[in-house]
Design a protein around this ligand. Sequence first.
Ligand code: AP5
Ligand code: MG
Length: 213
Amino acid sequence: MKIIMLGAPGAGKGTHAKHITQKYSIPAISTGDIFRENIKAGTELGKKAKGYMDAGKLVPDELVCDLVVDRINQDDCKNGYILDGFPRTIPQAEALTDALKKQDDAIDFAIEVKVPDDVIIERMSGRRVCKGCGATYHIKNVPPKKEGICDECGGEIILRDDDAPETVKKRLEVYHEQTAPLIEYYDKLGVLKAIDGTQSLEKCAEDIDKILG
Ligand code: AP5
Ligand code: MG
C-alpha cells in the first residue's frame, strides 16, 4: 500500500502516519524529519536545507526528489510506505508519478487531512518535539507522561525551530500557494481521500482505517 499524507503544516500528517505505520507495518517517510536529522548531523544537505526551513520556505525540488525516489526503492518499502510531507509541489508530484510509472506502479491513496488555518495556529503553539528522537507531543492534546520528558527515549522536549508564530504564518502561505494544488492533482488521478483533521485522534484514526480497508 502506497500512501501520501497531504495537508497544511500542523494538520496532523506525522501523527496519523505513525498510526498507519503501527497498524499496517509499513514505514513512514517524512522529508521534514530527514532534513532535521541531516541538520542535526551537520551534513551538506542539512546545511543547505536549514536556511529554507527556518524561513518557513520550501527546500528546492532538486534537493528533495532524488532523495525520496532512492528511499522508496529500499528494501523496507517493498510492501508499501507512507509519504509525509512529500510531494509538496506539482514538479515533486510529477517526479514521483514518473518514477513509479517506470516500475509499472502508482500511489494507492492520497489522504488529505483537512484543518482550517486558525486551528493550525493554535495547535502549532502547543506542539513540542523530542530533541533526541523527534517524537511529537502537544502540551494540551497529546502531553508526555512526564512534563518535558519524551515517553519514548527520555529525551528533552522542546519547541521546533520553525514553530515560531511568524514562521508558521509563512509556512501556511507557502502551503496554500504551492502545495494545495496537489489536492486537485491527486483527485484527477482518482486516489484522493479526505478526513476531517479537527476530530479527536481516535476518530481520525478510525476514518483512516475505513479508507485503507
Ligand atoms: P515538515 O516537517 O513536513 O513540516 P510540515 O508540513 O510543516 O508539517 P508539520 O510536521 O509541522 O505538521 P504535521 O502535519 O506533521 O502535524 P503533526 O502530526 O506534527 O516540513 C518542515 C520543513 O521542511 C518545510 O517547511 C520545508 O522547509 C521542508 N520540507 C519538508 N519536506 C519538503 C519537501 N517535500 N519539499 C520542500 N521542502 C520540504 O501535528 C501537529 C500538532 O497537532 C502536534 O502537536 C499533534 O500532537 C497535534 N495534533 C495532530 N492531530 C491532532 C488532532 N486530531 N487533535 C488534537 N491534536 C492534534
Ligand atoms: Mg510532521
